[in-house]
Design a protein around this ligand. Structure first.
Ligand code: DGJ
Length: 731
């Protein structure tokens, strides 16, 4: 049993870490500890000086050092003398905002709790336990249930909150974060992942200064600009050293991560839905469920933390027959043709790809409605047989005849004004009456909160999926949302739309993925604009970025790897000069970079030279050989491509019996010495034989200690973006 309760002290002991909280003498649930296992109560470390201008709860009388303003709390609220950022804010029927939460009850349940309508990590009673703590407002019948899902072996705790209105009148929730983590000691830094279209999840590490720092999205989706993941680490922590915490939100809408360093140098971390896009009327007797946060702690730096997140996301968030299965090597026609294709052109690409060993042909945007550019057709999910010059059924059949699977692109949540759908149902698009709608990529967004919209999408997609042998769906979403208005909601409840949109999206995804369990769903949003743990619950992989330039991709994939498993990262080899950056990189550089993901191609292979085609065939054979190691092994970041002159990573078999290291060198200088690459995660005393390696003699034997402490010599300088790959087996 990972969860132990003694005299109102709650201790969660996992494989290597411990989380502890305590109900104090006033019934307030305080956070005591998150870190190494200590085997005792950590209450002795708490000291509470009398801090002027910090309010004292009434029942503390003249005890001036008792203030919620400087206690580490499990869940913070507003209007009770805690002036730090609140996790929860509720407007009562009389218009006031105040909550004073006190402990009421707890229960421990076998297995991991689930959340109605929202994605959540899952685990049975052999894998997880649930701790449910109920708090109640001292002055009203508002209750708050804090759920803790504990995956003992994985050093993972999930957090989510339920707010219950036991009052006679409705209340409004205007802020309901999923996670509140108070850290009372230490000097901390935080790492978040920012970016833009074509450049997602770039790592930024900052000192935590006094005041509030934030990473968030107001875009209606998790966004390219910030990612709903965050890392807090001790100053100076590295890949292999230092205490660090990671948090990932299972939510695909707007989010907010806030970090506050307060007057006593304590740090508070909040994470949840973005309150700027949220309010919710909670009627008497109703419950509101926040999304879930996955929390994990490592005592040994970022590498271990990433392994913990990779395991929980791959094995306990991703679902369905594909989650652990080898993924097909696919070819996508987008960068090969854009909108300019017919069935024959697609077949030509497929024929060449089949010859080289590609498993699946994916037909991207432009096969439906009137869609020859991005200004029309979205919403009209009817096959454009005039354009294809054949039926979808026939095209899929011909592709299957080549020994390949067939996959198809959709962008269900969108509508073009120039479409039959919009002409028939203009009110289905999100726009504010009396104002011009905001266009983005010349398209509008459908109101996913509406059951009739979802029903239309369900029927349309279902019909298409039943009309041909379609084994993969790319679910795209190519704009951010604003001008929020739904004809279905009364004026006072319009603030619910952003969250209702996400709930509607999840409902539709749940319905379709349940009805078509064999279909592999890949998420996408103008590349990696909705690459989040919530989407992984429905789609076990996601297109990582529209930027397919190998050099830039190493930086994008570096950031992505802190939380997301390699199998979730859609990554393709594309043509040169690269369509996004104009850069030319070698085919091998593009190959090794794309292999660090769910691998595929995005170009017309028939345009390659004979040598290049042979190289592609060889890459596919290599990916099929190494694929299980790449997706199931432990992933190590061996360099920081944002700072170092190389990008390097490796995959180590769980039993340490083999390792594949890959990467690129760049920013070459004259008269350079060769770089040395130090491996990680090997058995120091074991002997490893080089089976294959760039410019190194195969057969050579090294100890694990030598490979980790000394390293291997990388190829000499010979232009930028030179790829390398080394494969060792233990002898
Ligand atoms: C954006 C995606 O990221 C691309 O891969 C492609 O599918 C286009 N949309 C199609 O419009």
């Amino acid at each position: 049993m990972a969860i132990q309760v003694k005299d109102r002290l709650f201790t969660i002991e996992m494989a290597n870490t411990m989380y502890q909280m305590q109900v104090d003498s006033y019934g307030v649930l305080c956070h005591l500890w998150y870190g190494a296992k200590t085997g005792c109560s950590m209450e002795y470390l708490m000291d509470y000086p009398d801090v002027g201008f910090s309010g004292n709860i009434y029942d503390a009388g003249n005890v001036r050092n008792y203030s919620l303003d400087n206690r580490p709390l499990e869940y913070s609220t507003i209007g009770n003398g805690d002036y730090r950022i609140p996790a929860l804010s509720v407007i009562h029927a009389n218009g006031t905002k105040a909550l004073d939460l006190r402990f009421e009850a707890y229960e421990i349940l076998p297995g991991k709790y689930q959340i109605p309508g929202l994605p959540a990590a899952y685990g049975d009673e052999t894998e997880a336990e649930t701790l449910r703590i109920t708090l109640k407002d001292k002055f009203s019948d508002i209750k708050v249930i804090l759920n803790y899902g504990v995956f003992e072996k994985l050093d993972v705790i999930t957090r989510s909150t339920v707010i219950i209105n036991g009052e006679k009148d409705a209340v409004t929730i205007d802020r309901a974060h999923s996670l509140c983590l108070d850290i009372s000691r230490g000097e901390w830094e935080w790492i978040h992942f920012h970016g833009r279209h074509n450049m997602e999840r770039i790592v930024e590490r900052n000192e935590i200064f006094h005041g509030i720092q934030e990473s968030s999205s107001r875009r209606g989706s998790s966004s390219q600009q910030q990612n709903p993941t965050v890392l807090l680490c001790e100053k100076g922590a590295t890949e292999e050293r230092g205490l660090c915490y990671g948090a990932a939100l299972l939510y695909s809408g707007g989010f907010q991560t806030q970090v506050e360093k307060e007057q006593m140098r304590q740090v508070r971390l909040l994470m949840g839905m973005n309150p700027e896009l949220f309010s919710w009327q909670l009627n008497p007797g109703e419950a509101f469920y926040t999304p879930e946060v996955i929390l994990s702690c490592s005592l040994e730096g970022f590498g271990t933390l990433s392994h913990q997140f990779h395991t929980i996301l791959r094995e306990h968030v991703c679902r369905g027959v594909h989650k652990l299965a080898e993924r097909p090597v696919l070819i996508n026609n987008w960068e090969a043709t854009y909108f300019d294709f017919d069935g024959e052109k697609i077949l030509k690409i497929a024929r060449q790809a089949a010859e080289l060993g590609v498993d699946m042909m994916v037909l991207d945007d432009g096969w439906f409605g009137k869609r020859n550019d991005d200004c029309s057709g979205l919403g009209d999910w009817f096959v454009n047989e005039n354009k294809l010059k054949c039926s979808l059924h026939k095209l899929a059949e011909d592709i299957n005849g080549l020994g390949m699977k067939f996959g198809l692109w959709f962008e269900p949540e969108m509508v073009s004004e120039d479409s039959d759908l919009y002409r028939n149902h203009p009110d289905w698009a999100i726009q504010i009456p009396g104002r011009d709608p905001i266009r983005s990529r010349f398209q509008l967004v459908l109101d996913m909160s509406r059951a009739d919209v979802r029903e239309y999408l369900y029927e349309s997609i279902r019909n298409i999926l039943n009309s041909a042998n379609i084994e993969y769906v790319k679910w795209d979403m190519n704009r951010s949302v604003c001008d929020w208005f739904s004809a279905m909601l009364p004026a006072g409840r319009q603030g619910e739309l952003p969250h209702r949109y996400v709930l509607g999206l999840y409902e539709l995804l749940e319905r379709l993925t349940t009805e078509f369990p064999q279909v592999l769903f890949e998420g996408c949003s103008g590349g990696g604009g909705r690459f989040d743990a919530g989407m992984l619950y429905y789609c076990p992989q996601s297109w990582c970025s529209d930027d397919t330039d190998a050099y830039q991709r190493t930086q994008i994939q570096y950031g992505t790897s802190f939380f997301y498993p390699v199998s979730a990262v859609g990554s393709h080899v594309s043509a040169v000069p690269n369509h996004q950056t104009g850069r030319r990189t070698s085919l091998e550089a593009r190959g090794v970079t794309a292999m660090a993901g769910s691998f595929g191609y995005e170009l017309d292979l028939s345009k390659l030279s004979r040598e290049e085609k042979e190289a592609v065939g060889e890459q596919i054979r290599r990916f099929k050989q190494y694929g299980p190691l790449i997706h199931n092994g432990a992933y190590y970041r061996l360099s920081n491509p944002l700072k170092d002159n190389l990008a390097a990573w490796s995959f180590v078999e769980k039993d340490q019996s083999r390792v594949l290291a890959q990467g690129l060198t760049f920013r070459v200088e004259p008269n350079m010495r060769r770089y040395v690459l130090k491996l990680r995660g090997l058995e120091p005393a074991a002997q490893y034989q080089l089976v294959k390696g760039t410019e190194l003699e195969a057969g050579q034997i090294y100890t694990g200690a030598a490979l980790m402490a000394g390293g291997i010599l990388l190829p000499g300088a010979d232009g930028d973006d030179k790829a390398f790959e080394f494969y060792f087996e233990r002898v």
